[in-house]
Design a protein around this ligand. Structure first.
Ligand SMILES: Nc1ncnc2c1ncn2[C@@H]1O[C@H](COP(=O)(O)OP(=O)(O)O)[C@@H](O)[C@H]1O
Ligand code: SF4
Ligand SMILES: [Mg+2]
Length: 354
């Protein structure tokens, strides 16, 4: 898997139960995460940064995953990609990726884990925020794209070279033949991210996870990379899980959106519906502090306070200390999800009025 060197190897004692292949995923969903819980060992004791995340990436479309830094977006993606860091002590939940299903627990290892893991990783690819850190500095660009293709497909070097050239050309690298011989430090940030996308697309994965993939780029290059990803998605029919804290970007690229706060998804639905009529006070707060080109905004209103540090135990709603609608009930009773309309779901005791 391309992204593996940047995040470390999966702990051998976690994420064990790979249930049988060919369980039937709904035809309209590429990825389904159900009630994902992660516990991590830290110097200050165990924390639970992901506590019951459920989300769906529909086929051929883009799900935007948004929320402030520290909400658990990256860990959720790493769990989906089977790339959790080694200090994860416990995982629960279930993940479906196309025709494969993984029940996550800390049980015994099964005999053909490695085969199933490889099959899983062939179905998806991940692109990170910092392409230069993700690329191997001592290997040429060509070698890295070829290797990504060979790992996924088992192709010969000759076939991989032809494929790598085609991929570099497809992602808009000028003069791909000579760029094959370049090293990562010889490329700009935008070009490096194009190389990462070429590597991600090698072998034609069905799901692309882009975790803040455009955040480190300047605005013009960011727009080019977003355009490229949209073109590729339309051309290859790849589903995309697009992670960002930039709501403007989500409005532009995502068909549906999932808003995360303190390790849970607090609101999800079609992007236009959620952005026009947010039901969760956190979503409404995020939108109030996001600049919008289509509205005359006199001043942007940041949400007071910050995301709470993840702890092992929590009572009531994690957003209560920052929420203008909080009541006594919010600090004591667990919040459950409720439908707000077709495909629009919110987890809040006192949602925003319609
Ligand atoms: N390997 C790790 N060890 C300890 N804490 C971690 C680790 N990875 C993430 N965290 C903590 O978990 C929380 C969620 O992290 P992350 O998923 O990276 O959030 P986001 O991507 O939304 O910014 C943060 O508080 C982060 O510090
Ligand atoms: S449950 Fe209560 S505290 Fe939490 S977001 Fe809703 S109103 Fe605010
Ligand atoms: Mg992150």
């Amino acid at each position: 898997m391309i992204a593996e060197p940047t995040v470390g190897r999966l702990a051998s004692r976690t994420v064990r139960s790979w249930t049988a292949d060919a369980t039937t995923a709904p035809a309209d969903a590429v990825l389904e995460v159900a009630d994902l819980v992660l516990e991590i060992d830290t110097d200050r004791g165990p924390i639970r940064p992901v506590c019951g995340v459920s989300l769906t990436v529909p086929a051929g479309s883009t799900l935007g995953l948004v929320g402030e830094s520290g909400c658990g977006k990256t860990l959720t993606c790493l769990a989906a990609a089977d790339l959790l860091p080694s200090n994860v002590r416990a995982v629960r939940g279930e993940i479906r990726l196309l025709d494969m299903r993984r029940a996550l627990d800390t049980g015994a290892r099964c005999a053909d884990d490695d085969r199933r893991r490889l099959a899983w990783r062939r179905r998806l690819a991940m692109v990170f925020q910092n392409p230069l850190a993700a690329l191997n500095p001592v290997r040429t660009v060509g070698w890295q794209v070829m290797e990504a293709f060979r790992v996924r497909t088992g192709a010969s070097r000759r076939a991989a070279r032809i494929e790598a050239l085609g991929l570099l050309e497809r992602v808009g690298i000028p003069d791909p033949r000579s760029r094959m011989r370049a090293y990562p430090h010889e490329l700009s940030g935008g070009m490096s991210q194009r190389v990462m996308i070429a590597m991600a697309l090698a072998g034609n994965p069905r799901l692309l996870i882009a975790d803040e993939a455009t955040t480190a780029l300047d605005v013009t290059v960011q727009a080019q990379i977003v355009d490229l990803m949209r073109e590729l998605q339309a051309e290859l029919d790849t589903a995309v899980l697009f992670v960002t804290h930039d709501l403007g970007l989500v409005a532009e690229v995502a068909d549906t959106v999932a808003v995360m706060y303190a390790g849970t998804v607090v609101e999800t639905g079609p992007t236009r519906v959620v952005f026009d009529r947010p039901a969760h006070p956190y979503t409404a707060g995020l939108l109030r502090c996001a600049p919008r080109l289509d509205r005359d905004v006199v001043r942007l209103d940041p949400i007071d306070g910050s995301v709470p540090a993840p702890t092992a135990e929590r009572q009531g709603c994690a957003f209560a200390p920052r929420c203008p609608r909080a009541s006594a009930r919010c600090t004591t009773s667990a919040v459950s999800r409720q439908a707000r309309g077709s495909a629009h779901v919110v987890a809040c005791h006192h949602p925003m009025p319609t």
